[in-house]
Ligand binder design. Sequence first.
Ligand SMILES: [Zn+2]
Length: 189
Amino acid sequence: MNFNSHTDLVVTIAVALVNTLTAGEARGRPYTPPSGEERAAAVTRAVSLGATRPYQVTEDQADELAGVAESLRAVFDSVAEGDIDAAAHGLNRLLAETDARPHLDRHDGEPWHVHFHGRGGTLAGDYAASCATGLAVVLGSELRDRLGVCTAPHCDRVYVDTSRNGTRRFCSTPCQNRVKTAAFRARNA
Ligand SMILES: [Zn+2]
């Protein structure tokens, strides 16, 4: 599946931010997001996906993005519950808050491509605006149900389904395997 390469990338980053920065359950265990330096390192990894060199994220920027991640998670939750209206209103709020606006950019030897930066010019603000726009593009298309929350027991990590047939239900292969193993045991019990 290819929304377009920049949208794909920012949606992937949105997924990474939600899964890194929001508390809940991950692959059968309670999940507590990292804090302090560890949080900054985790956010650095998330926003550097697909980048030729890592963007160093400070602890303050990571804290700011943790708040954004909560808003992004709410969008995935709404889609998973079938409440597309709530997802759309949530994204519209984020787009307004981050003042997301399209801007053609060219860097690192890439051709001109559209970025969605906020007016603030901060790294956290730019990523918030980009992630909100990426999710808005997906939500506004027929591929909106590609945004999902893992359906395995004791897991609420989010994903974007980029498979051709769009039948993904789990955040990861470990969760898929957990469910398969449980079903196999139930059949053979
Ligand atoms: Zn999962």
